[in-house]
Design a binder for this molecule. Structure first.
Ligand SMILES: NC(=O)c1ccc[n+]([C@@H]2O[C@H](COP(=O)([O-])OP(=O)(O)OC[C@H]3O[C@@H](n4cnc5c(N)ncnc54)[C@H](O)[C@@H]3O)[C@@H](O)[C@H]2O)c1
Ligand SMILES: O=C(O)C(=O)C[C@@H](O)[C@H](O)[C@H](O)COP(=O)(O)O
Ligand SMILES: [Zn+2]
Length: 361
């Protein structure tokens, strides 16, 4: 299909397809897998199992399935054990395929399970949240959280294919849709001025005619960035730019125990914080901060903490960030709205001032 994209990584390359009917496309791929003698099992969460029961029945029939509790706290060592035991109980061998249906939690957990089981089996990403469609299903970052911090254990392990079925968004709760918009705004701010301008001029919602093109554009941007710096090793810039807003966002998620803020909500506040930091570093004007805040708020996302959080804990959480180098915490800042860069050596007092501006105490 001409609309399709590819993440080009040599023999690890894989397609991102946008089928007209996801049920049909996935059923066909599953049938081909089974016909090739490869076993297939399915991982999803109970929210998806409820909301998309017809799709799961029509596409997967009697495929063995593991249904875990929905939510960020499922991205844990305990859940990893459950998925690995499930794979072993179903005697999945190295030719087997794990079909992962759900949001970023299922994608990250399922992907990491696939990376570690038998030292690596194939998995297929079937994202059902907006966030997973535009971000987590693409790029092969998989993992789980530790009490000590977000995504601290994981692997780079790419899926065999990504199927993006926009019909899944019809059952997605509005708060979850908004969370996905945070990552979309992120793409605009980090590398696509035109996309940011479009979101600023007219907020996108689930009924917007431009939504399919916006989803595809984000996948394209991510595929290009991942192709250029698969393992986030570039000395500056590179894949780390996809972390815009995340040093702040992950700290908010961790300090609140992964229960209060959705990932996308943490990122939304993180984008505002990154804009404020960029202003303090002389890169953005006050008017740019206002433009970021207005666009984030127009997509039903928070621009400040909903209640005060302790500054010391937030600062401490940022010291665990995986982008950090020997010299200390590394941030992603904006040189302009649409062009991001990595930046080390930011004075802790500057970061503290930003935290206070978004509501830390
Ligand atoms: N690997 C990456 O590159 C990457 C990128 C971005 C985010 N992430 C991770 O993704 C996670 C967040 O993912 P998320 O925002 O998709 O959240 P999620 O996976 O927790 O899903 C959100 C909620 O929506 C429900 N849901 C999913 N699809 C639905 C549908 N179609 N209809 C009704 N309900 C549905 C789920 O049951 C769940 O309750 C975080 O852990 C984040 O760290 C990873
Ligand atoms: O794919 C990437 O690279 C990203 O940074 C995308 C982020 O949206 C995502 O939240 C990712 O999981 C964060 O990665 P981490 O390395 O900071 O854990
Ligand atoms: Zn993210």
């Amino acid at each position: 299909m001409t609309n399709d994209l590819a993440v080009e990584l040599g023999e690890k390359s894989y397609p991102i397809t946008f089928p007209a009917d996801a049920t049909v496309a996935i059923r066909e791929r599953l049938a081909a897998t089974v016909a090739g003698g490869r076993s297939s099992v399915l991982l999803t969460d109970d929210g998806v199992a409820r909301a998309q029961s017809k799709f799961l029945a029509d596409a997967f029939g009697a495929t063995p399935r593991l249904i875990l509790s929905a939510g960020e706290r499922t991205k844990s060592l305990e859940s990893l054990g459950k998925v690995l035991d499930f794979l072993a109980a179903n005697r999945v061998n190295r030719q087997g395929v794990l079909w992962v249906v759900g949001g970023g939690v299922m994608g990250d957990l399922g992907g990491f399970s696939a990376a570690s089981y038998l030292r690596g089996i194939q998995y297929v990403q079937i994202p059902t949240t907006l966030l997973a469609m535009v971000d987590s299903s693409v790029g092969g970052k998989t993992g789980i959280n530790l009490t000590a911090g977000k995504n601290l254990v994981g692997a780079f392990h790419h899926p065999g294919a990504v199927f993006i079925g926009r019909e899944f968004l019809q059952t997605l709760p509005p708060r979850e849709f908004a969370a996905g918009m945070a990552e979309i705004i992120k793409y605009g701010l980090l590398g696509d001025q035109e996309l940011f301008g479009q979101l600023e001029a007219r907020p996108v919602d689930v009924r917007s005619a431009e939504l399919p093109a916006v989803i595809r554009r984000c996948c394209q941007l991510k595929a290009e960035i991942v192709k250029a710096d698969e393992f986030e090793r570039a000395a500056e810039g590179g894949r780390a730019l996809l972390n815009l807003g995340h040093t702040f966002g992950h700290a908010i998620e961790q300090v609140t125990g992964y229960t209060t803020y959705l990932h996308g909500e943490g990122v939304a506040i993180g984008l505002v914080a990154a804009a404020r930091l960029s202003h303090k570093l002389g890169l953005l004007a006050p008017a740019d901060i206002e433009r970021v805040e207005r666009t984030v708020a127009a997509h039903n996302l928070p621009i400040r903490l909903r209640g005060p959080l302790p500054l010391a804990e937030l600062q401490n959480a940022t010291t665990r960030d995986k982008k950090n180098r020997a010299g200390g915490v590394r941030f992603v800042v904006m040189n302009s709205l649409g062009q991001a860069a990595t930046r080390s050596g930011v004075a802790p007092s500057t970061v503290e001032a930003v935290w206070r501006e978004v509501g830390a105490v």
